[in-house]
Design a protein around this ligand. Structure first.
Ligand SMILES: [Zn+2]
Length: 101
């Protein structure tokens, strides 16, 4: 199977490098899930699974937990990570003063 970059559609040759971008959107549960130390993401996800058990499945998928995966080529990965949400970068001001060399 030939992979393709999700963004630029470039083919990723066999053995070529590519990256999987995983996006997980988890509801904050309005504070029910508190930040916990010494808890790894797998344990956290298991806890969430237990908490949402019993809720309608479509609601769970749409409102509480959503996971997407994208394959990106190295270049698109860099671009994505530099500005994942495509924000305007006009708040990146140059430094007020540049120190003399
Ligand atoms: Zn690409």
């Amino acid at each position: 199977m030939i992979l393709q970059c999700y963004k630029c559609n470039n083919k990723i040759l066999p053995g070529g490098s590519s990256f999987i971008i995983k996006i997980t959107a988890i509801s904050n549960f309005n504070g029910i899930i508190e930040p916990q130390k010494n808890i790894d993401i797998k344990t956290l996800l298991k806890e969430i699974e237990e908490e949402i058990r019993g809720l309608p499945e479509d609601l769970i998928e749409e409102e509480i937990y959503k996971e997407r995966e994208f394959i990106l080529c190295p270049r698109c990965k860099e671009l994505f990570l530099a500005n994942p949400f495509g924000k305007e970068l006009d708040d990146l001001k140059p430094p007020e003063s540049i120190p003399p060399p």
